[in-house]
Design a protein around this ligand. Structure first.
Ligand SMILES: Cc1cc2nc3c(=O)[nH]c(=O)nc-3n(C[C@H](O)[C@H](O)[C@H](O)COP(=O)(O)OP(=O)(O)OC[C@H]3O[C@@H](n4cnc5c(N)ncnc54)[C@H](O)[C@@H]3O)c2cc1C
Length: 412
């Protein structure tokens, strides 16, 4: 056999998986139809979100549902024609967001995310990627005093429970920290633990280069060709057929289609998001989440990157960047935006699961096949921490966090 493990998908999750297995002595081939880090792991906001101990729940109050249904706010956009096909999975998402199951989800999520920086840090150092990292945290900005007060109360509770480092800023203190702002909002929460990345795709490329430098191999191939053989798994690549004892599906938003082909019905769905860069406008020292408009403004190497909230749409539906247009107008008032860099906005999709937890573990009905996807809003953050857990399980080591909440068998 040419290798012991095929890792399909070279986003942050797949590349981190390849490195974690390699570190445990496995011969790994990383297979993707594109070069590493060109899809969702390229287009995100670049936060390594140590503070994200609570995943995004489905709104449970009638007021919040009414806000989405009537198109108020800019954080969520819905293609109503997509709802019939999404209804079953969204119902499970809504059920999982009830107080009792959500509390369990948060406990499991927090246990994994607690390790995000500690697992990224040695990879960044070994890959020579420190120049991409900013350790200034990020700002959660509010214009309305009542909303700021509520957010500060929530942040106080969460930070105490999880030992997070943060600060409350009033309007003048915020403008002092970010002198590029043209407005003086009510204030902000400054989350100080998170690191942010000035080119998310480049970080994945650095990790992939480290994998190759350590003896790993990257091949261009299509996961559609994956087949079980008598001894393991085979995939077709430009270099010919590759076989291995084990295969890992790390296909991000494409995992649903591939697991369906293998006979699984996992409650996976995508939350689409857009980004675009702008140059020649105002500048920021660290990323800002404008909560009123559901947009992140992140200083990146290519310019100021605006990333939008969630869009629910059918797979392959045409781009409808209405949230980005609202965000552009708000960012122009807040900061001054300059000119767009790209002719068209980038469109990608957060790979989500209905219970808000990633899927990490053995495929229930296929020997030697492992699942590693569904990291939702925080896959860029969680890649290395989640990869360590999967690699420990694959190599028969004691898992460093309880693997049960993330095991694929939880879906029955
Ligand atoms: C707008 C937006 C902002 C975000 N902001 C953040 C953030 O700030 N912080 C954070 O932690 N997360 C963020 N996320 C989420 C994060 O980007 C994702 O969770 C993460 O990138 C998922 O990584 P992945 O490796 O699973 O998927 P991907 O990066 O999409 O990788 C999947 C890979 O599979 C490959 N592939 C697909 N089909 C095939 C096939 N048939 N054959 C071979 N290869 C195939 C693709 O080419 C791709 O390389 C954001 C997401 C969006 C959309």
């Amino acid at each position: 056999m040419a290798s012991e493990v095929l890792v399909l998908g070279a986003g942050m999750v797949g590349v981190s998986t390849a490195l974690a297995l390699q570190q445990r002595g496995r011969q790994v081939v990383l297979v993707d139809r594109r070069p590493p880090g060109r899809e969702t792991s390229y287009g995100n906001a670049g936060f390594i979100q140590r503070e994200a101990v609570q995943p995004y729940a489905f709104p449970r109050s009638w007021q919040a549902l009414w806000r989405v249904a009537t198109g108020q706010g800019n954080d969520v956009h819905v293609h109503w024609t997509a709802l019939p096909s999404l209804a079953g999975r969204l119902l499970r998402y809504w059920q999982s967001s009830a107080p009792a199951p959500y509390a369990n989800t948060c406990a499991a999520y927090a246990r994994l995310i607690a390790h995000c920086i500690a697992e990224h840090e040695p990879l960044m150092a070994a890959a020579g990627a420190q120049h991409l990292v900013r350790k200034e945290g990020w700002l959660q900005l509010y214009r309305q005093p009542a909303l700021l007060e509520a957010a500060l109360r929530h942040a106080t509770q969460v930070a105490q429970a999880h030992g997070l480092n943060w600060a409350a800023l009033d309007g003048p203190a915020l403008v002092q920290l970010e002198p590029g702002l043209r407005e003086t909002p009510a204030g902000a929460i400054h989350w100080r633990d998170p690191w942010t990345i000035s080119d998310p795709g480049a970080l994945v490329e650095h990790y992939a280069a480290l994998f190759v430098q350590r003896g790993g191999r990257i091949a261009e191939g299509d996961a559609d060709s994956l087949q079980q053989t008598g001894l393991g798994w085979r995939v077709q690549t430009r270099d010919g057929a590759l076989e291995a004892e084990a295969a890992v599906l790390a296909l991000g938003p494409w995992a649903e289609a591939h697991t369906r082909r293998l006979g699984y019905r996992l409650p996976l769905f995508a939350k689409r998001g857009y980004h675009r860069h702008y140059q020649g406008g105002g500048t920021l020292r660290r990323p800002v989440l404008d909560t009123d408009h559901g947009v992140v403004l992140a200083p990146m190497q290519r310019g100021l990157r605006l990333t939008t909230g969630a869009e629910f749409a059918s797979a392959g539906a045409p781009a409808t960047p209405v949230q980005l247009h609202v965000a552009e107008r708000a960012a122009e008032r807040l900061l001054g935006l300059g000119q767009p860099v790209e002719a068209q906005p980038w469109l990608g999709a957060r790979p989500c699961s209905a219970d808000m937890l990633p899927v990490i573990g053995p495929a229930p009905r296929h020997r030697g096949l492992w699942f590693h996807f569904g990291h939702g809003h925080q896959g860029f953050t969680l890649g290395p921490a989640s990869a360590r857990l999967l690699a420990e399980r694959m190599c028969g080591q004691t898992p460093y966090v309880d693997p049960a909440p993330y095991d694929p068998s939880r879906f029955g």
